[in-house]
Design a protein around this ligand. Structure first.
Ligand SMILES: NC(=O)c1ccc[n+]([C@@H]2O[C@H](COP(=O)([O-])OP(=O)(O)OC[C@H]3O[C@@H](n4cnc5c(N)ncnc54)[C@H](O)[C@@H]3O)[C@@H](O)[C@H]2O)c1
Ligand SMILES: [Zn+2]
Length: 361
């Protein structure tokens, strides 16, 4: 007889400005109603989801909520980054007003990081804050965006320019949902997992090098969430150690921006990690083998290690990053697999660092 406990999800508790649990396992969408009931008295919920994810998992979620006495309505938007537009955010707030949600009610984000960021920002601002539950369905959202409380929408002048820190009250990572994830989105999520290995967990790095992430979802997601939790608990508002999570992201954001967001985030971060690591090798900050192992792992997940953008444009785009300080940027540099540190690069040295990070530089 199969033990009931074997179906129990893994749990990671996060103690930030709000304490909450991240549950990881199969079948959590189907159990959402009872899981949410354990932390909320809500009578109503708005489900925020895109037009790809909602048809796949929306009915299951609504039926589970209904069984626990939570009446729901869905706000479904066209998939993709444009979901984080101010217009979409405004119409979601109007939808919530029409539903007459009150402060005890809930917003559930069902989907990838776009549904999570948009929904989280709406939950944090509607009536100055209503209950918020993350139900991530992309690998990137499982390991990164659903945990930690950063919410955002995009402004015409830049990505994630309007946002808040607003922790969810529960995160349900249903690994069964990953079965429908397209290969390209799988690879994007894997880029962030490689990042966790690089910044703080060599064993995770080795684990995903020897066995594909998709054969071991729950344990890999748990390792990433545990690491993110540690950074968030120490530095919820991103003024210190949380910056290490930015490894590969300064150059990655530059690649995204120069491609006008045609290069997806995960692929851009892969390029950023490879570029910074090559630069670190050439500047004597880490061993050649660190760059070789990183590139081999990224390549094995079908991720790129170089971009066609020229170094001058890349350097300029890095310096316009929203995290730029005093004209320069704190680049997260690897020391070895599993350890990184921040290094301030002033604006006049940026081009030199980027050039050092080029494959044929
Ligand atoms: N808040 C944070 O801390 C944080 C961290 C990292 C990224 N982000 C944000 O997250 C966003 C990127 O997230 P993303 O990559 O999940 O993008 P996304 O939400 O657009 O999802 C990617 C694509 O996968 C589809 N999809 C998702 N789950 C699926 C499933 N189970 N089956 C089939 N298709 C599925 C979606 O419809 C979409 O087309 C960006 O806007 C980024 O800024 C936020
Ligand atoms: Zn990222």
């Amino acid at each position: 007889m199969k033990s009931e406990l074997s179906n129990e999800p893994m749990r990671v508790g996060v103690k930030a400005s709000r304490a909450y649990e991240v549950l990881i396992g199969r079948g959590l969408i189907d159990q959402a109603g009872q899981r949410i009931r354990a932390v909320s008295n809500a009578k109503k919920a708005v489900i925020v989801s895109d037009d790809v994810v909602f048809p796949l998992y929306g009915a299951l979620l609504e039926s589970s909520l209904g069984k626990s006495g939570i009446e729901s309505a869905a706000y479904v938007f066209y998939h993709g980054e444009d979901g984080k537009s101010l217009q979409n955010y405004a119409s979601l707030l109007e939808f919530m007003s029409d539903m007459r949600l009150n402060r005890d009610d809930l917003l559930l984000s069902l989907g990838g990081g776009v549904a999570g960021d948009l929904g989280g920002f709406a939950a944090s601002t509607f009536l100055r804050g209503i209950g918020f539950v993350q139900v991530p369905t992309s690998l990137l959202a499982d390991v990164d965006s659903s945990v930690g409380g950063k919410t955002a929408v995009n402004l015409p002048s830049g990505k994630n320019r309007a946002g808040s820190f607003y922790q969810p009250m529960l995160v349900l990572c249903d690994t069964a949902a990953l079965e429908t994830l397209p290969e390209r989105e799988y690879a994007n999520g894997c880029a962030e997992i490689v990042k966790y290995g690089m910044i703080g967990d060599e064993a995770l790095f080795d684990k995903i090098a020897s066995r594909p992430v998709k054969e071991n979802y729950a344990k890999v997601i748990r390792a990433c969430v545990e690491m993110k939790k540690r950074f968030v608990e120490q530095d919820e508002r991103d003024r210190g150690v949380r910056a290490l999570l930015n490894f590969g992201h300064t150059v990655g954001h530059a690649v995204e921006k120069l491609s006008e967001y045609r290069v997806p985030h995960g692929r851009a971060v892969a390029i950023g990690m490879a570029c910074v690591t090559r630069a670190a090798v050439r500047k004597g900050l880490c061993e050649e083998s660190t760059a070789e192992r990183l590139e081999a792992l990224l390549t094995s997940y079908g991720l790129p290690c170089e971009t066609a953008c020229d170094s001058a444009s890349l350097a300029e785009a890095c310096l316009s990053d929203k995290k730029a300080v005093n004209g320069g940027v704190n680049l997260i540099m690897p020391e070895r697999i599993g350890a990184c540190r921040a290094l301030y690069v002033p604006s006049n040295e940026m081009i030199d660092w980027i050039s050092a990070g080029r494959k044929n530089g």
